[in-house]
Design a protein. Sequence first.
Length: 328
Amino acid sequence: MKFKNVLIILSAVTLTVLTSCHKDNGESSGLPYLDGSVTFDIPKFVSLGQELKLTPQGVKNPTGDLGYYWFSSWKTAKDTVKTETGPGDGSWTISAPVAIGTYSVTAGAFAEDYYGSTCEKSFTVVDASLNGSITGAGYQSDSVKLVDSRDGGIYYLATSGGNVWMQNNLYYSGSGASYENSPAMDQVFGRLYTWNEAMTACPEGWHLPSDADFAALAEANAGKGETFTGAAGPLMTDAHFNGFKMWTFWPDVKITNKAKFSAMPIGYAIDQEGTRKYVGINEYAAFWTSDENGENGLYRYIFVSKNDIFCSNGDKGSFLASVRCVKD
């Protein structure tokens, strides 16, 4: 998988923000429009009950000030937080729902003698606890665990191919990036790291696996070689995210998680021209190795429709993949 050439495919199960921001239609009344359109920033994923402070922006009254109102899909009442002549900037503080799912928030700007502007955005509430948003991961509450002394991260452990592996992706907060820039996803999907970050991200007593470590893992569960033929199914777990199946069914791939590696297809990320793109959700699981190929780092990846573990390389500073640590 040469990351520069991979087709960017986003599945509906990502449940990312859907935005609808526009000026209300004032043509029938002949009222003038406000300058610009109201909008606001909100994380794509939030934790159960997380407090959200939302601030409107992007719109102005050419002749005065603005009023603002808000409402949400889980509360029916409209909340006018600012009148045209009242104090404040129109910010609104609300707690996210305490049930996983997709919800929406709408902001509205208004002014007398002008047609208003509204903006609706959706987000997904996640539960990072065991068997919360992720079910069928393959680890249990009584599994052997490691607690990272640096930030309290909890990792389930399994032995395969002569090594002790982390079953879930590293989410050390000292480096790497949250999935879709949403810290609520750290414990759910793990963080994504550049190769440069991955080389020093594992806790003391653990290390980034070499390609030889991955070879031993593959050989213990299926085959060997540059492409580990037939080894993907034993590493994949039939997990669901917020009730949606992550690895879709393909007859050539029999998901067994025999190795207790619990690979999930969270994709990867690419930094391009100052913008980070999150790619391949529900299609790819990509893991850094400590090996390198010139200016690139080597990684192993699984593709949804193939029962093999493939090898590729990515730029050390701009390609971000998952990290699993191996015990020294």
